[in-house]
Design a protein around this ligand. Sequence first.
Ligand code: BG6
Ligand code: BG6
Ligand code: GLC
Ligand code: GLC
Length: 917
Amino acid sequence: MFAVHLMAFYFSKLKEDQIKKVDRFLYHMRLSDDTLLDIMRRFRAEMEKGLAKDTNPTAAVKMLPTFVRAIPDGSENGEFLSLDLGGSKFRVLKVQVAEEGKRHVQMESQFYPTPNEIIRGNGTELFEYVADCLADFMKTKDLKHKKLPLGLTFSFPCRQTKLEEGVLLSWTKKFKARGVQDTDVVSRLTKAMRRHKDMDVDILAVVNDTVGTMMTCAYDDPYCEVGVIIGTGTNACYMEDMSNIDLVEGDEGRMCINTEWGAFGDDGALEDIRTEFDRELDLGSLNPGKQMFEKMISGLYLGELVRLILLKMAKAGLLFGGEKSSALHTKGKIETRHVAAMEKYKEGLANTREILVDLGLEPSEADCIAVQHVCTIVSFRSANLCAAALAAILTRLRENKKVERLRTTVGVDGTLYKIHPQYPKRLHKVVRKLVPSCDVRFLLSESGSTKGAAMVTAVASRVQAQRKQIDKVLALFRLTREQLVDVQAKMRAELEYGLKKKSHGLATVRMLPTYVCGLPDGTEKGKFLALDLGGTNFRVLLVKIRSGRRSVRMYNKIFAIPLGIMQGTGEELFDHIVQCIADFLDYMGLKGASLPLGFTFSFPCRQMSIDKGTLIGWTKGFKATDCEGEDVVDMLREAIKRRNEFDLDIVAVVNDTVGTMMTCGYEDPNCEIGLIAGTGSNMCYMEDMRNIEMVEGDEGKMCINTEWGGFGDNGCIDDIRTRYDTEVDEGSLNPGKQRYEKMTSGMYLGEIVRQILIDLTKQGLLFRGQISERLRTRGIFETKFLSQIESDRLALLQVRTILQQLGLDSTCEDSIVVKEVCGAVSRRAAQLCGAGLAAIVEKRREDQGLEHLRITVGVDGTLYKLHPHFSRILQETVKELAPRCDVTFMLSEDGSGKGAALITAVAKRLQQAQKEN
Ligand code: BG6
Ligand code: BG6
Ligand code: GLC
Ligand code: GLC
């Protein structure tokens, strides 16, 4: 009995001595709680540095956005391929997610070796090898005939701008294949896969192993929002608030950040805790100077750290009686699995002896105890460091959520964590001590990271399918060159048709003679009133033209025309107009003045002279009764009479295109075309009298108001009209009419956009599938909003703000789609308009028998003026379709009122001359 006690005493004394000895020797490796709290603080600062745009480039901890935005919600499904490359084992898998509505995942996998010649050889060969393994797997599993999406777990730091792209920042751990750094591993692998003609695989996602692990665990526990790997390498990811991620646009929801904490300390931030052993280990590694934190923690390095310590102790005579073996001198001879074995509860000491003997040493009992304690210190430090960084992440999560206590789950994987007997317990304990305000559950990922990677791929594949649906809709708006040439040819035919006597009456492009026969010549002078009705604004103007100097002074006032009046009775409308004139005259101090007046009336009118215009039919937003078929000049005169306050001499009625051409023609005599791309769409041009069969005489030219908005009303462009165009047409004031206008002008583009958005929402592709009241409201997308949304200078968030101001509760993804829709619709409009214009310039060129035509187009309209791309695309299209015409676009700065006044001046002069004769 006594002997037993003595033995026990002797043993515990021996143990105590050895432990003390080692503790003294490795004093620097034992980290106090204060030190851990300090490291935790430092890591928090590192995270912030990595997240902020201006400090990220120099940050050691890269905090990489992963474009994984949500943890699995159970709706994921499908069959996927998966590759898991970068941990201790390389695996190829087939994953079946959620069969028959059940939350269930089935996996079949196959391990493949990763020989050093491959992982440290030529990069292209590495990817070819990976592709070969995949091909082999598909062959064995009889999957070659299938087209399967693939999720790649790639456990190295990658910069991502989307889920399906990963630019390798640097190799870590055991990999060092040449020529891969700074390239996108997805395209590299895709390229390598192309060598297998019978393989049809689409890589939809690349994820880090931490992310895969988090997602794997989150499939079972929705509280999981952190993923940690403590294996060959070490790293963590967590869900960060989008508003804190500077590097990615958008601020709603969260995104998973791959911290790449292994690089913590690469900028020297951990020098005070690194030891001589850490330095020596680093120097002998594949990536000296890199992954400082990882090298103090992870499985690839722990054994080596122990070896370096033992060697030093032996050299100092503190172990093995000062004897060293050649194995102890050899790099890599002690591995993490040895460390784990030596630290086992019961067999630990026996294991230690065995391992040391295998290393060619002759350990005493005391040596074994000491060596075991070295292992404990090294692995404990590892767990401590991991805990400190993890505690920093948890604190950040708690603060982001603004809660007192955080309940959360950390998904963990990695051989060190899995095979080391004490590691998990130690880690958990220290974390709980460092963040007492968090209730943390640690969940071991049983099935590796691939299950999670498959979840990400499932979501990506759903997004891809949705993308395809969206693209299908947008494709309807994409016109080929052939289609545009066809539009041009048809427009040309319609123009000719409208000019001919026998077909004029039936023409959809009406080709209305305007009785404006020449451009201003600079001799015009006098004071004129002008009205400008039919565009966005109704204006009354006073225009003073001074002869000789080609200078004009204008005063104008904008008046509103209430909807009730636009769509009330004709009398009301004209009374309102006269009321506005009276107000204006009053305002100008011209009460009672009798001035000549030019009336810009932007609707199709049949004219027999310059001062007579019978309204053929309302267009755009007007629909006043008793006006169609009436002479609008008469109607205005009568309204003036009814008011009986002043008299006006209505000299000319002009279309806005004509007014615009004149405004511009005053400065550029080459301006023989007027174009409006505004609320409505129309064009006028100077035609040779001999071509105008409806008007007597062959001399000179006359301006023709084409009213091209009606192009297509006979169905000739139905092949390019979409169901959305039909919808917009049916909901308009003039169904079946103005089909071309409805595809090209401001009043309708927003409506087309709205119809598309409604459809996409119905398909569940937008606004969470909810059609809001707002979206049902006609006319919400005015030209100015379309123009803002499409502006290149606008960040996504601003687009979203605009949509929200419009009452559309849109996410950032929604905003991207809305912007694309707007782009597709406005682009088509500009191209169609360009094709129309190309038809007219080509006609003018041919009519005049010219090789080349130089011509100026006077342009006005909010769409042309405000939209960021419309004018450019229009001009490009004209150039493309009418390459032999040199077309100058001149923006009408002063509106069409000036032109109307000039026309009035000319008409007045002619009137005078006629009277005098
Ligand atoms: C595996 C995961 O379970 O763990 C891998 O599937 C991961 O994606 C690995 O890289 C990490 O551990 P180790 O020890 O293999 O590096
Ligand atoms: C104005 C002209 O500048 O532009 C109007 O003065 C014309 O006559 C208008 O109708 C066209 O653009 P919008 O966008 O106002 O219809
Ligand atoms: C290394 C890699 C990292 C990976 C970790 C665990 O640190 O850089 O991307 O997550 O190892 O495998
Ligand atoms: C409509 C009108 C037309 C006008 C155009 C631009 O198409 O019918 O007359 O020129 O809009 O305002």
